[in-house]
Design a protein around this ligand. Structure first.
Ligand SMILES: Cc1cc2nc3c(=O)[nH]c(=O)nc-3n(C[C@H](O)[C@H](O)[C@H](O)COP(=O)(O)OP(=O)(O)OC[C@H]3O[C@@H](n4cnc5c(N)ncnc54)[C@H](O)[C@@H]3O)c2cc1C
Length: 398
């Protein structure tokens, strides 16, 4: 095929919209089909490391993302009860080494930055996909309203519960990790007199950890509190809950955190599920991207970043004149899968480290991280240099 392929993207989340923008910038035809009746404002903070910012650079909105988000001066880990700073590193160090900033951004702001760069008529809402595949030389997707579309390629960017993935490989049940997360957003003025919580930090304690950082030009503090529990198992991002259960769970933690939790207007909770890496993502003229391909636990902070990287590499591969569509999708998968599989597995390992219960094991971990942050050669503290150094615009795709 010499003409550029026409791509149907299922899902208008961060990954789907990033894929649309990457294709659009390279002059390819695309249509996005999103199940929601409008592109969602739900969600809260995303932690975006230098590799994500390099992807934004390729997509042409790095500076606008920096304006919309927030960059903390330091990245800090604290002990759950005493607030003792286990590690404290200037974030600028990470940006100097890896060539882009480290940013925290509201998920809705990232979606808006992507959406406003796309021709509106190519984003279709109220379209819930139920099936996808390849018929002859054409890929297709079918929707719950009985309609269907044909394209050269269908990309399933439909998130952790992907219908496209199910259509390709059958339903695969996720494993509950035994961890529950709560999140909230607090106006920064409301925490003016609370110590520690205005700045980015991760607090580590027995059975749990809490992360907070600012988003939306620093106007809001986003917090996510994780705790081991089998008491509840709903996976949705949108389930609201009461303040009391959050405060009750963290009652023995530092008072600054409890004061922070107290200030949110709304509280959401979700159960963390994990899925094993898929053996493959692409079947004929259909492939997957983002959480549908490689859902990962949040401990490496790479869910959104890896989806945007996928989008950049997919567009570069499809823009390349070498190979037919099936070969290109195989190449895209081969370029992306080793990296995202490693992210999935490292995130899983981190989960164990973050929630250690034995005081001796926690002391050893804290001493190791404290030493590494002061004297280690990998200035990312968490040995994530391999994550941050990646640039999807320049990584070889041949
Ligand atoms: C509502 C919501 C809130 C979130 N909040 C946070 C947060 O606060 N912090 C955080 O770190 N991460 C959050 N995430 C996850 C984070 O956005 C993703 O992990 C990451 O950005 C990867 O993006 P993705 O596009 O692959 O998946 P997602 O962002 O999950 O996007 C998938 C999109 O596909 C759509 N979709 C699903 N099924 C179908 C279907 N059958 N047909 C058509 N469309 C479909 C969904 O409505 C969604 O818009 C949230 C995700 C969602 C959906």
């Amino acid at each position: 095929m010499s003409r550029k392929p026409k791509v149907a993207i299922i899902g208008g989340g961060v990954g789907g919209l990033a894929a649309a923008l990457a294709l659009h910038r390279l002059g390819m035809e695309f249509e996005v089909y999103e199940q929601a009746s409008h592109i969602n404002e739900i969600g809260a903070g995303l932690n975006l490391s230098p590799n994500a910012l390099k992807a934004f650079r390729m997509l042409g909105f790095e500076n606008e993302a920096i304006e919309a988000g927030w960059q903390d001066e330091y990245q800090c880990t604290r002990s759950w009860r005493t607030a003792f700073p286990i590690s404290r590193q200037p974030r600028k160090l990470t940006s100097d080494i890896y060539g882009a900033q480290y940013l925290t951004l509201h998920r809705a702001d990232l979606q808006s930055l992507l959406l406003e760069r796309l021709p509106e008529t190519h984003v279709h809402t109220g379209k819930a996909c139920v099936d996808a595949g390849t018929n002859g030389k054409t890929a297709y997707a079918r929707f719950t309203d009985g309609s269907s579309v044909d394209a050269d390629i269908v990309i399933g960017a439909d998130g952790i519960h992907s219908a496209v993935r199910d259509a390709l490989y059958g339903k695969q049940p996720p494993h509950f990790t035994g961890c529950i997360c709560w999140r909230g957003l607090v106006p920064v003025e409301a925490v003016a007199n609370i110590p520690y919580v205005k700045d980015l930090a991760a607090w580590w304690g027995p059975h749990g950890h809490v992360v907070h950082y600012r988003v939306r030009r620093g106007e809001l503090v986003n917090f996510v509190a994780h705790y081991d529990s089998d008491a509840w198992t709903e996976e949705s991002w949108t389930t609201e809950c009461t303040k009391d259960e959050l405060i009750g769970t963290f009652a023995r933690w530092n008072d600054a955190l409890l004061q922070l939790f107290d200030q949110s207007e709304r509280y959401y909770k979700w159960a963390l599920y994990d899925r094993d890496p898929l053996p493959q993502w692409s079947k004929r003229q259909v492939s997957l991207l983002g959480d549908s391909a490689h859902p990962m636990l949040p401990y490496l902070g790479q869910g959104a970043a890896s989806a945007v990287e996928d989008a950049c590499i997919l567009a570069r591969v499809l823009d390349d004149s070498e190979g037919n569509i099936e070969a290109k999708l195989q190449r895209y998968e081969a370029l992306r899968k080793p990296r995202t599989t490693r992210m999935q597995l490292v995130s899983r390992e981190r989960a164990k480290e973050n929630h250690l219960t034995s005081p001796a094991a926690r002391l050893m971990r804290d001493a190791k991280v404290a030493f590494r942050s002061r004297f280690g050669s990998d200035k990312s503290i968490f040995k994530a240099g391999w994550v941050y150094e990646y640039d999807p615009a320049t990584t070889p795709i041949g």
